[in-house]
Design a protein around this ligand. Structure first.
Ligand code: HEC
Length: 165
């Protein structure tokens, strides 16, 4: 117990020493920062307001200074980044692999014959805009509205390919 108390005491003394040393080293440094023009300018730059709201109509022709607002990152490219098979797996397979809710089963050649006969444009349109047919309801883009039209078209191409079309 005594050894323990000694160790704690020594550690506390070291901590106190470090604290005092940091004060001794730090205070002239912060005094220097406050007196140095460039350091102050850097701080001003970091904390400056991003804009100014003018409510006085007389001042409206004063050029308004708006700091450079960081631009949001470029929007991800909306064009197809995924292959038709990828889109199918992530968005269409839930219904079309098993034939859930009346969805024509992918790879079922007979089931797709009449659909493919309508032409690709109709298939694209039904997939992108949604479609209520006799078999059931195909939600727009399979419910994945984040997909681009091209993604959906690629998935339709994939499904038609699987049906031998
Ligand atoms: C919630 C279930 C569901 C999801 C998810 C789904 N579908 Fe469908 N889909 C259906 C149903 C049900 C039909 C059949 C509608 C009918 O003919 O009555 C259908 C039909 C279709 C047809 C045939 C349309 C026609 O004119 O005959 C295509 C093509 C199609 N889906 C593509 C897709 C694609 C591409 C995706 C993914 C982006 C997808 N589906 C996701 C349920 C779904």
């Amino acid at each position: 117990m005594e050894t323990f108390a000694v160790i704690i005491g020594v550690l506390a003394a070291i901590a106190l020493l470090l604290f005092l040393m940091s004060r001794v080293i730090g205070s002239p440094q912060s005094a220097w920062v406050q007196s140095d023009e460039r350091a102050r300018a850097l701080v001003e730059e970091r904390i400056r307001p991003i804009g100014r709201l003018i409510t006085d109509p007389d001042q409206l022709d004063v050029p308004v200074q708006v700091a450079d607002v960081p631009q949001p990152m470029d929007e991800p490219d909306a064009t197809t980044a995924m292959s038709g098979a990828d889109v199918y797996t992530s968005a269409c397979g839930t219904c079309h692999t098993q034939g859930i809710a009346g969805a024509p089963v992918t790879g079922d050649v007979e089931g797709w014959e009449a659909r493919i006969a309508q032409g690709m444009d109709i298939l694209y349109q039904h997939s992108i805009e949604g479609f209520l047919g006799e078999a059931g309801y195909m939600p727009p883009k399979g419910g994945r509205l984040d997909l681009s039209d091209d993604d959906v078209r690629a998935a339709v191409d994939f499904m038609v390919e699987q049906a031998g079309g």
